[in-house]
Ligand binder design. Structure first.
Ligand SMILES: Cc1cc2nc3c(=O)[nH]c(=O)nc-3n(C[C@H](O)[C@H](O)[C@H](O)COP(=O)(O)OP(=O)(O)OC[C@H]3O[C@@H](n4cnc5c(N)ncnc54)[C@H](O)[C@@H]3O)c2cc1C
Length: 412
């Protein structure tokens, strides 16, 4: 019997997983990827260390997938974070679990993940072709091939794994969304998640390049506290970035309708009483200095003129003249440093694309299109996205696997 011809479009995390799973079922698989190397984005994940998944069960995976998590119930229940770990360890990549159950290769090298996948693809004799798909060929509601820039690829099943639209230099440019839309699918609006934030005003610009460690950040949505976390952030010429900000941005999902602001607790290790004691002791030490010269032990230099400017205290007022009320004002500012947010940076600068092929048009068990027979989706091209912690790659692995298995098994 002739084996089933499957074309996988996109050699990222989801596409490689889909191709491996389909080939393991005996299908004859062709993987199209225009980049010279497979997994270009995968190789820069986790700052080059690749947070490959989260050592998590089904409930935890769903809780960390704010966009259309329910749609992933079926695939996550068959392939959770622990299954991903077993998969890579079987491919010969030892893994370790770090803070927050984030899983990395022991080597701290993302290339070990992409390299293991590539070796497996080659061992399974998947045909790797350097080409860009431009059109899905569909006849009477059934997919029958892919038109590439270089030639045509007949297929009984096609898996679209072209990724989102963020970091387009890695190859994810949104062509998959165009092809899905041409095939009749709805593509929900695309925007960034896990994305740097633009400030309203130019407070942050004045502190450009300053990185703060061990601060706590709280997000307010129309004055309601919706998120708080602790970690590292960075001021930029446009606003704020860094791990703490990227994670927070995934909770700020309604910029069209809501106003957002951030508050930074610059001294989260000290409660108000302890911080007041600390201020008193610094002010005793610098009693004869100007106020603007008394904060050097407490704050990084770039922050001082901004903090001083946000108080109503004259910068050259002598410290010994500061009133209790003025000290309280400073304390309040240190615990609640405000940043008004204008909006997210463009989706191209985001870690993740939120939005994509509408999940209601995809079978959640098989990832097959409900509109076009034999067409499957996997990874970030679908309208799903998750928080940081390895959850987004877990989506790619689980949906890639489901699509690969189903595409290989279906009768044509
Ligand atoms: C800087 C950065 C760090 C990240 N770190 C992490 C992390 O540590 N952990 C985590 O879980 N997630 C992380 N992510 C997110 C994660 O990388 C993505 O969720 C994941 O790569 C999505 O996989 P994918 O296969 O769907 O898409 P992609 O990895 O984007 O792959 C899509 C592939 O399709 C190809 N393609 C596009 N159009 C065509 C076409 N027309 N024809 C043929 N091929 C095409 C592209 O060239 C690309 O190789 C990070 C993202 C970024 C940008």
């Amino acid at each position: 019997m002739m084996s089933k011809q499957i074309v996988v479009v996109g050699g990222g995390a989801a596409g490689m997983m889909a191709a491996i799973c389909a080939a393991e079922q005996g299908a004859s698989v062709t993987l199209l990827e225009p980049n010279e190397r497979l997994g270009k984005k995968l190789n820069i994940t986790g700052k080059g260390r690749c947070n490959v998944t989260n050592n998590a069960d089904l409930e935890t995976l769903l809780a960390n997938t704010p966009k259309n998590g329910k749609f992933l119930y079926s695939v996550f229940s068959r392939f959770d974070g622990r299954d991903t770990m077993a998969f890579f360890e079987e491919l010969g990549v030892p893994l370790k679990t770090e803070r927050g159950n984030r899983v990395f290769p022991v080597s701290d090298r993302a290339f070990d993940i992409s390299g293991a996948l590539e070796r497996r693809l080659k061992a399974l004799r998947v045909t790797l072709v350097r080409d860009r798909a431009v059109h899905l060929e569909i006849e009477e509601g059934t997919v029958c091939g892919v038109l590439g820039e270089r030639r045509e690829y007949p297929a009984q099943a096609v898996i679209l794994a072209t990724g989102g639209v963020s970091y387009p230099a890695t190859g994810s440019t949104g062509e998959g969304h165009r092809m899905a839309a041409e095939a009749g699918h709805t593509v929900t609006p695309l925007r960034g998640s896990l994305v740097p934030l633009r400030e309203q005003g130019n407070l942050c610009a004045r502190m450009q390049g300053l990185s703060l460690r061990n601060v706590s950040l709280t997000v307010f949505e129309n004055d309601k506290k919706i998120y708080t976390d602790f970690g590292e952030m960075l001021f930029t010429h446009f606003g704020v970035s860094g791990p703490l900000v990227l994670s927070a941005s995934a909770h700020m999902r309604r910029f069209e309708k809501k106003k957002y602001r951030l508050e930074i607790d610059l001294k989260p290790a000290l409660d108000e009483q302890q911080l007041d004691k600390r201020l008193l002791s610094d002010f005793t030490k610098y009693a004869n200095s100007d106020f603007c010269n008394a904060l050097g032990d407490l704050l990084p230099q770039k922050l001082i003129p901004v903090v001083v400017g946000l108080t109503e205290i004259p910068p050259h007022q002598k410290v010994h003249d500061l009133t209790k009320e003025q000290r309280r004002e400073l304390l309040r500012l240190l615990k609640h440093f405000p940043i008004a947010i204008a909006g997210p940076c463009p989706v191209t600068d985001a870690i993740i694309t939120s939005g994509g092929v509408k999940v209601g048009e995809i079978n959640p068990a098989t990832m097959e299109s409900k509109l076009v027979k034999g067409l499957y989706f996997s990874g970030e091209v679908i309208d799903v996205d998750a928080y940081t912690g390895g959850f987004n790659l877990q989506i790619a692995w689980a949906t890639g696997r489901a699509a690969g298995l189903a595409a290989a098994e279906n009768e044509t």
